[in-house]
Structures are given as C-alpha cells and as structure tokens.
Design a protein around this ligand. Structure first.
Ligand code: SF4
Ligand code: SF4
Ligand code: FES
Length: 895
C-alpha cells in the first residue's frame, strides 16, 4: 500500500492505481469523463486536473491529470487548490461550448454524469452565447437513440464499442470541433453489447430507445435488485418501473459477474413483462375457450382435479425460481415432480453439474474469464448462449497487452500505451464450433467441425496434455492448443450444452482436469440453457418425457410451472398425450401450453416476484420484486408461482413468506444448503427501517394513482423482503452501508448516473462493499478426477441436424419483446457450400426440411467450412420445431 496526501489528509491507497482511481476509491469526489474503470486512462478530457507538489515544502506545485499520474507513495496533491479548480471549471466551460444545454428534454437528465460533473465543478451558467456547432443524428436501430449535439468528445463510446466490445460498424469521424461518433451511415448497430453505450457515454448522446417509448425520469421510477433471466450467466440488473410497467433495464454492478456491462438481449428484452396479452386473472376453459374466473373458483377447480384420484405430475421449469420448483415438488411429491427439462437437456445439464460439483476445477466467474491468458472454446457459441462470457473472452484475448505493458513496467491503467505496446498481439484463443462465431476475430485458430469431431478434438487435447487421458492421436492443431494451454498461467476451457453433446462437455472437462494436474489455476466455463437450469438440475428430478410416459395412457392431472411444453417436445409427441390430460398451467406469458390449459393461474414475472436462481457457476442469487402490479390495477391477480402452489395445496398458511419457503427448501434438500444466505431476510432492517426501492427524490408518487382514484392507498407491504415499495425507508447514508444484495440502483450524493457505483465498491472496479452478491451452492472437489471416455454414437446415413443459436431469437422470453423481434433473423438453414451445391441450393434457395412430422421451409445459408453432412438450424427461431441432433430429417427444394 502507499500513502498519498490529499489537501493535507493522508489516505492509504493501492500504488498500482492512478491518482483518480485512488481518490475515488477513498470516497473523494474528483470530476472525470474520459477515464472509466473498465477502459483505463487516456488523459483526453483534462477534467481530472489536480495540483501535485514535489514535497511538503513545495507551495507552488503544478497541474497534472490525476488519471495519468501514478498513486505513488508519499504523493502530495490538492483537489481544492484554486488553480486546479479554475482549470477544471475552464475545461467544462469549453466542453459545454457546443453542448445544447437541453437537459429538460434530454432523456439522460437526472442520471447524467455530465450534469453531475458540471455541478461538481461549479459550472452553473451557460457561458457561450453564440451559434453552436450542430450535427445530424443517425438512426441506430431499435435499441439506441442518437443525439450527437450533446457530445463532449470524451471518446469513451468508441473505446468501448470498438476496442472493448470488438464492434466494427461504429467509430469516430471528422476532426477538431467536428468530431462525430456514429456509423459511416445510418443503420442498426450490430454489436451485441451496443446498449452499454447508454451507460458508458457520460452525456445524452446515446439513450435507450425502448425506454423512450414510455419515458420516466430516474427519480420517478421504482427499482429493485434483480437478476437477468436472459441466460444462465445471471447478470445483475436494475429494472426501473413506473405505473406498473418496466420502463428500462440498467446494469447493476457485480464485481465478479457482469461488472459494468450487460448484453443487448438482457438490457432490451424486458418487453414481455409489459405485454397486454399476459394472463392477468385466473382462467378456466369453458366450451373450448379460456374464461376469467374468481381466484377461489380457479383454486377450487384445481383442488377438485387433484383430489379426483387421477395420477398427478408436476412439471417444473428451468426458467422458474428455486422456490416455485420446490413448492411444486412439495405439492405433487418428489416422485411425481419433473424438472421440466427434456431427457436430453437433463442429461446435458446433469453432465455440467457433475463436472463442476464432482471435479477439481471450479467454474469461472466473468471476472476470471476476463483474466484468462489462454482459452479453448469447445463447441459453444457463447455470444448467443451466454453472451457476457463472449465479452469477457474478448478481454482475455486483449489481456496480452497488459502482460506486455507490465513487462515494460507501464501501469495497467495506461490504456493507450498498452494498445501501442501490444499492437495486434492477443492471448491465444482457440475456437472449435460448427459455424462461425462473433468472436472468431480474436481467435488464434478457429476451426469448423461437427459436434463429434469437436468432442474428439477436446479428448485429443486432454490426451496431449496428460497421456493418462483417453484421446485420439494428436495432430498439429491439437499439439498447438495443448502447448498454449500448458504454457498459460490462467488457462480456461469454455464449453456447454449448446451442441447437445455430452461428449463435448466431457471432453472439455478432461482438458481442464488434465491441466489441473499441472496448474490448479485452470478454470471451466460451461454454459447451460436457461437462467435456472443448474438450480433445477440440483433437485435431481425426473426428466419430462419419463414423467409423462408414466401417465401416458391414463387420464391424468398435469400441473405445469412456467414451462411451454411446445418449445420442448415435438407436436407429434405432445398431441396424443394432451388429449388425455387435465392441464393446469401457472405462467406469466400466453404460451402455447397456456392456451391448451384447462385451468390457468396467472404468474408474476421476474419483475413482480422475488425468488432465487442458480447461475452457470452454481451461484444462488436472489432477484427482488420490482413492483406490485395490483397497486395500479386492482383487477390484476397475478401471484408468485410459489404462492399459487402453496395456496393450491391449502395446507400452507397464507401468511407464509419467502423466508419460510427458503428455510424449508434448505432443511428438506441438503444440496441447497446456504441458499437462505443469498440475500438478507424479510426481517432485515437498517436503523429500524425497511429499505427504499425508489429514489428519495421521487416526485409525484401521491399523484401516481390519480388516474385510478383520487385517494392514495398506502403502498403495498412487501411480506417477502426487507424492501419497501416506495421512497420511504433507509436509502443509504454517506458511504452507503446497505448490503449489496439490497441495492436497487446506483445513486449517491452528487452522483446520479451509473458512475455512482464507485461509491459502493471497496475500491473502484473491485468488489461491492460487503461482498459481491450470491452464494456458491457447491465447490470443486479436491480429489483427482477419473477421466471421461468418448462414447461412440451410431449415426444413420443422411444429413445430421446441428443446433445453432442466435443472440436475438433463441431465448424464449426476450423473443416476446418487440425490439428483440425487430432484431431477430428470419429462420434459416446452414449448409456446407459443397453440400448445398450438390443439393442444388444457392443463397436464394428455400430448403424444405422435414423433421419428424414437421415441415419447415427455410432460407438457405452456406458456409464453405461448415461441416459437410450437417444442417445447422437456429434453435428457437420462428418455424424451427424442437429437434434433437439425432432426429432424422429429409431435405428438398422448398417453395
Ligand atoms: S458520444 Fe458520448 S461517449 Fe462518445 S465521445 Fe461523445 S460524449 Fe463521449
Ligand atoms: S449475458 Fe445473459 S444474464 Fe447477462 S445480460 Fe445477457 S442475457 Fe442477461
Ligand atoms: S478523466 Fe483524466 S483526463 Fe479525462
């Protein structure tokens, strides 16, 4: 540690930091623009100027940029010195010369770093009264609005979009006072992390278009600490609500997971919460149509069905909370509880769980992926299946520049020096997938192989690292991959369930385990299909087909929890079964399964419920209810799924709250030990108060329901959590001391923008104070592993189906949001170019593909190196039926 002196006071700081970082880490307020904890320093904006003194006798000092000056031991600086204050005020005056001062109509207003910094710097009045430079704005697609006149030329956007996220369709144009940040021409931003521009830009150049359509100021929204359900990474999010609608999603900092960044699916895919066609009242089918009924009548009907002596099956869900799945299990009994995953999905997820739980190699956090120095990606297109992992892989590749700068004794935060020193040097990333990925550009080697060949490659690499591991004879690529992984300090193996091959997962495990014998720092990152896949797998429940087969021939009652069976099973399998079933469905979307139900109980979505999800690392994380929809519309009768299930059983006291369910879960199933600790309980209080969900400056709450009724009822009482549905309650004081799990949004005195996360971290860019949220439910074992052996798959002749994934379109819930639909590709089928030629297809052709009894007419795409003998189909896109890689199909020219 080093001691620095700031305006006569001593602070202990990390000497590896620059002075700006060091001051912010100690809670001091120093204005800045171009520096960002994830992007480092470039010294461009000159906003962070401080006076530095040679020693205690130096009374004159000189101005330096804090972000460009090391926090060396015994450094003496002044932030309050008149010259540095005047300099900073002068800089912001210059920046504001061309700024339109349009805060009242700017959607950044109220959570704008530029507003905060102008106030912090003392620039209160417009000083330039002449004509301003103006720009034309661009249409950047359905996610991002563009207002270039607000730009202060800090260059953060291009440093994030191009350098950090690898985007190629954005940049800086022009020169001097006419620099322009945008695309060459108007058009949709293509990078899957474009939404981060709304937070990285310190002013209102890039704002969230999906928010714009139902805009509310930050202080007029209510927030909750929440978890993204867009994939199993489990990024922490801060949804903002107004009038019973989610209005936008912002990043909620988590030091080990998402850090400062979300993917576009997670940020813009929330629209399903606001859909008008959601089931909002209980419904019972009468004369073939669903009709709304009273809650008591719906519950009575369900109880009557359950008491009729017919076999009962409960179908759980990998997109529902642990609590809901557990309550369903309690209702139907462990033997009749299904995980809701198909047999193959369950096998694959179990394979991941077993590798992580029973093997010696831990699952990597996103931060650990950022820091990996050699990576093998085995089969998984993580940009689509676990997007935040893909952004981290890019940082892993760029990490080479850090090593090179460290060798030259240049500090890590010197971003431009690092880029200059490294030039195009990257850490080695090896990618083996069937189709091109969005991160091939950072790969030292990107090979296109069929799933079996990918598994064989993995087994061979493991064998090349440790001869005791079973594997095929090594070739040059195998030797190069093995050598790079062995030479690495922090090697990482990335794989997952995407290719639907247990062999691929086992091959990845073998590579990691072989490396572990030599290097215990090796990590695994294994993607699983849905937000709570691993949590549901931990119940050890029966897969879908097996549960259904048990009652296939009988008139049965099937209780389905937040699960659309039409997405899992082919119609041919489902139809005959449905005819004999009484279907009770609890869900928050109007799915195909809901339409077929006899009784529908309207579930709360993630924004209206509190629950726990287990991410792909095995980290249990709590998401908190954002708002009570019935506060605005008393006709809405949604309930948390676990509450519906408790009420059905009737044996549960209606005062039961989430703590009771979690305690019972932990007591019943030892594998969930620790889950209670994922967040403070409902009894938690600070200074005797619950914690506020809304900003304390919230205006007009008393008028919020005026449209409904003139009297204002008291805000809903939250029985399940320590948070209040209002701005009342504890909302932090000074350096905020709330537990990080209960932080609904970033705000600190003088810091209204997302930059306020600085105020909640142990050090800037580090862990949240109190520890990053979540509890790991299992740890890697110490014992030596037994290697997996490849299985031999007997394939029939003909073309093999290979699952492919899209960032937009493959995930179920985000697909129901309009902006995501606007970005979803038309369904297609990928062929090897020579196969396509042989079949008489070109890129304009339509292929008629028969999968079982389903016919799909799909636009043909060809890739020269796509594996021959395979057809790639994008999972989840419209018109693509559920399929297994072993499904037989036939292909003909379509129309
Ligand atoms: S657009 Fe925003 S992030 Fe980009 S240079 Fe301008 S102010 Fe900075
Ligand atoms: S990576 Fe996954 S969890 Fe994170 S924001 Fe994207 S969809 Fe959500
Ligand atoms: S933040 Fe230091 S120069 Fe921009």
């Amino acid at each position: 540690m080093a001691i620095i002196h700031v305006d006569g006071k001593q602070y202990e700081v990390d000497p590896a930091d620059n002075l700006l970082q060091a001051c912010l880490s100690r809670g001091l307020d120093l204005p800045y623009f171009c520096w960002h904890p994830a992007l480092g320093s470039v010294g461009a904006c000159r906003q962070c100027a401080v006076k530095i003194y040679r020693d205690e006798n130096d009374k004159v000092g000189r101005l330096v940029m804090a972000c460009m000056t090391p926090a060396a031991d015994n450094t003496r600086i002044s932030m309050g010195d008149p010259e540095s204050k005047e300099f900073r005020e002068g800089i912001i005056s210059l920046m504001m010369t061309n700024h339109p001062h349009d805060c009242p109509v700017c959607e950044e207003g109220g959570h704008c770093h530029l507003q905060d910094m102008t106030v912090m710097t003392g620039h209160y009045r417009r000083q330039y009264h002449f004509t301003k430079r103006t720009h034309l704005n661009q249409d950047l697609g359905p996610f991002i609005a563009h207002e270039m006149n607000r730009c202060i030329a800090c260059y953060r956007c291009t440093r994030f979009y191009n350098d950090y996220a690898g985007g190629t369709d954005f940049g800086v144009f022009g020169s001097a006072a006419h620099v322009y940040f945008g695309r060459e021409q108007s058009g949709t931003l293509q990078n899957e992390f474009s939404g981060n521009l709304t937070e990285i830009c310190p002013t209102g150049v890039f704002t969230d278009k999906t928010h714009s359509e139902h805009y509310a100021r930050k202080w007029d929204m209510q927030f909750a600490p929440s978890i993204c359900a867009g994939c199993a990474v489990g990024c922490n999010i801060s949804p903002g609500e107004r009038y019973g609608e989610v209005r936008r999603i912002e990043n909620r900092y988590h030091g080990e997971l998402n850090g400062y960044f979300l993917c576009d699916r997670g940020r813009f895919g929330y629209g399903y919460v606001n859909r008008k066609d959601r089931p909002r009242k209980p419904m019972v089918k009468r004369d073939g149509a669903l009709a709304s009924v009273e809650v008591a009548d719906a519950l009575a009907r369900v109880r009557q069905l359950l008491a009729a002596g017919k076999p009962v099956v409960g179908i759980g869900s990998p997109r529902a909370s642990l609590e809901a799945n557990f309550r369903l299990r309690a209702l139907v009994g462990a033997a009749s509880f299904s995980s809701g995953m198909t047999r193959h999905d369950a096998e694959l997820t179990d394979a991941v769980l077993n590798v992580l739980r029973d093997g010696p190699v831990s699952a990597a956090t996103i931060r650990a992926i950022d820091e990996a120095d050699a990576v093998l990606v085995l089969g998984e297109d993580v940009l689509a299946t676990a997007p935040r992992v893909a952004l981290a892989l890019r940082q892993a590749a760029r990490g080479r520049s850090l090593e090179m700068t460290r060798e030259k004794k240049v500090p890590d935060w010197q971003a431009e020096s690092a880029a200059d020193i490294a030039q195009h040097e990257l850490n080695p990333i090896f990618v083996a997938t069937p189709a091109p990925t969005g991160f091939d550009d950072i790969a030292k080697l990107a090979v296109r192989l069929a799933p079996e060949a990918i598994a064989n490659l993995g087994f061979a690499v493991a064998n090349a690292i440790d001869g005791a591991a079973p594997g095929a004879v090594a070739d040059a690529d195998v030797a190069a991959i093995a050598a790079a992984l062995k030479a690495a300090k922090r090697p990482l193996i990335v794989s997952g369930t995407g290719l639907r091959s247990t062999d691929v997962i086992h091959a990845a495990a073998n590579v990691a385990w072989a490396l572990h014998k030599q290097n215990p720092a090796v990590l695994l990152s294994l993607a699983v299909p849905e937000a709570n896949s691993l949590g549901v797998a931990m119940f050890g429940a029966t897969p879908l087909e097996d549960s259904l087969a048990r009652v296939a021939g009988e008139e049965s009652v099937i209780v389905v929890l937040e699960n659309d069976l039409e997405r899992r099973l082919p119609q041919k399998v489902l139809e005959p079964l449905l005819a004999r079933w009484h279907l009770v469905v609890i869900d928050h979307q109007m799915t195909g399964t809901v339409r077929r139900a006899e009784v529908v109980l309207p579930a709360a979505s993630f924004a209206e419920a509190t629950g726990t999800l287990v991410n792909m690392e095995g980290r249990a994380q709590r998401y908190f209810q954002n708002f009570d929809p019935a506060y605005y519309d008393r006709s809405i009768e949604t309930l948390e799924s676990w509450r519906w299930l408790g009420r059905i059983s009737g044996g549960v006291d209606e005062s039961e709250n989430l703590d009771d369910v979690l305690e019972e879960l932990e007591a019943t199933l030892t594998q969930f030990k620790g889950v209670v600790e994922a967040a403070p309980s409902s009894k938690f209080r600070m200074q005797g108060m619950g914690l506020a969900r809304a900003p304390h400056r919230q205006s007009g709450r008393t008028a919020a329901r005026a449209i409904v009724f003139v009297h204002e009822p008291r805000s809903t009482k939250d029985a399940d959590t320590a948070l209040n549905f209002s701005m009342e309650g504890y909302s932090g004081a000074g350096r905020d001391d709330r537990p990080p799990e209960l932080l609904p949004f970033a705000w600190a005195p003088g810091w209204n923008s997302p930059q306020a996360w600085n105020k909640f971290q142990t050090e800037v860019g580090g862990a949240l104070r109190g520890g990053d949220p979540g509890v790991h439910l299992f740890e890697a074992k110490k014992q030596s592993p037994r290697y997996f052996s490849p299985t031999t798959t007997q394939r029939g002749g003909g073309l093999v189906l290979v699952p492919l994934y899209e960032h937009f379109g493959s995930e179920e819930l985000s697909n129901l949001a309009d902006p995501i639909q606007a970005r979803t590709a038309k369904s297609y089928a990928v062929f090897n170019a020579l196969d396509a030629q042989r079949l008489g297809f070109d890129e304009q052709s339509v292929a008629r593909i028969t999968i079982g009894s389903v016919i799909a007419n799909l636009v043909v795409r060809t890739h020269g190196d796509f594996p021959s003998g395979a057809i790639g189909l994008p999972v989840g896109l419209p018109g693509i039926p559920p399929f297994e890689p072993t499904t037989t199909c036939s292909v003909a020219r379509g129309g």
